[in-house]
Design a protein. Structure first.
Length: 183
């Protein structure tokens, strides 16, 4: 059951029909970020959820996961680790390939970003097919991290990503969800 605050976040998210291609409804978090009250509520929801958990790092997935993840890391007094698209990090990296609806992609992380045994919260804005989040989970686990939970603002359950993430044994939390036909 959603709280009034989660409902407020959901109502603030903009739905853009037929973008980036016909038949797709893009869920835009920009209005949440632009409104100081709603943005604070979003961050506070995450802070309240994680403030008593024993965490070492927050990892954010390129690019909107950086926004929420870095603010959350700051609020929880934790370090932040960016999980970037291929070719964006300047130091030695480890990478993980994954499939998208329209091709393949790769995420990377600095080779020294995570130590074995560290407890990591992984954050992104949206869970669709789950490919990017799954690749980030695999990458962090390969480095010896314990991914305590994957978190996002939006779940699109009809696309199967949340089900795929659950299949890894990694807990998943999202603030709200949208079905394909919801506005």
């Amino acid at each position: 059951m959603q709280t009034d605050l989660e409902i407020l976040i959901r109502r603030t998210i903009r739905s853009v029909p037929n973008w980036p291609k016909p038949g797709v409804t893009f869920r835009d978090i920009t209005p949440v970020l632009q409104d100081p009250r709603t943005f604070r509520i979003l961050i506070d929801l995450f802070v309240y959820r994680y403030m008593r958990q024993r965490l070492d790092l927050v990892a954010g997935v390129d690019a909107r996961g950086f926004i929420v993840g870095s603010v959350l890391a700051y609020e929880l007094n934790l370090g932040f680790v960016p999980v970037r698209k291929k070719g964006k990090l300047p130091f030695e990296t480890l990478s993980e390939d994954y499939s998208l609806e329209y091709g393949n992609a790769t995420v990377e992380i600095h080779a020294d970003a995570v130590k074995t045994g560290q407890r990591v919260l992984l954050v992104d804005d949206l869970i669709a097919t789950g490919g990017t989040m799954l690749a980030a989970i695999k990458l962090l686990q390969r480095m010896g991290a314990n991914v305590v939970e994957a978190a996002g603002i939006i779940d699109l359950p009809e696309l199967g990503g949340s089900r795929s993430i659950a299949g890894t044994g990694t807990p998943l939390y999202t603030v709200c969800s949208f079905n394909e036909d919801s506005v």
